[in-house]
Design a protein around this ligand. Structure first.
Ligand code: HEC
Length: 128
């Protein structure tokens, strides 16, 4: 190894390590969010991925990938959705006509803390 390629190799190695660390972090954000959501009972009504049910039946709550598609890039989405998760949705204004059963979401504040709800919402909004 000549002297001037030496720092370049270290830079490449450092870059590779950073990429790996970022990947590991993404995986653990997802794992933590899924575990929190499962513990709070969210999956009784929601799935992560959109699924076409038999006979055109609609799911109780919208698939979280559909939620991400609807709210991605909208300012204040994370704050708004965190409030909806904690306090429940407006029973007279379903946003999910034709995508979910059309009923309101009950409040979940008894099942999940505000900071956990926020973490789950951040993860939902990151879904593609
Ligand atoms: C008893 C069923 C039920 C449970 C349990 C439930 N949800 Fe929901 N969720 C719904 C329904 C129904 C809607 C659609 C509400 C509407 O159209 O107003 C919804 C909507 C949502 C939305 C989109 C809100 C919006 O305004 O568009 C998010 C985000 C969400 N739920 C997250 C969660 C999380 C996180 C949990 C667990 C802490 C959870 N839900 C638990 C039924 C449920």
């Amino acid at each position: 190894m000549t002297l001037h390629t030496f720092p370049l190799r270290w830079a490449a190695l450092a870059l590779a390590c950073t990429a790996l660390a970022a990947q590991a972090q993404t995986a653990s954000v997802e794992e933590t969010a899924k575990k929190t959501a499962a513990g709070a009972g969210c999956f009784a009504c929601h799935t992560v991925s959109h699924q076409d049910l038999k006979g055109g039946q609609l799911p109780i709550g919208p698939a979280w990938e559909d939620v991400a598609a609807q709210y991605r890039g909208k300012p204040g989405a994370a704050d708004f959705l965190t409030r909806v998760v904690l306090e429940g949705s407006n029973p007279y204004a379903s946003h999910w006509k034709n995508k979910a059963a059309g009923i309101a979401m009950p409040p979940n504040a008894v099942a999940i803390t505000e900071s956990d709800a926020r973490q789950v919402v951040y993860w939902i909004l990151s879904l593609k």
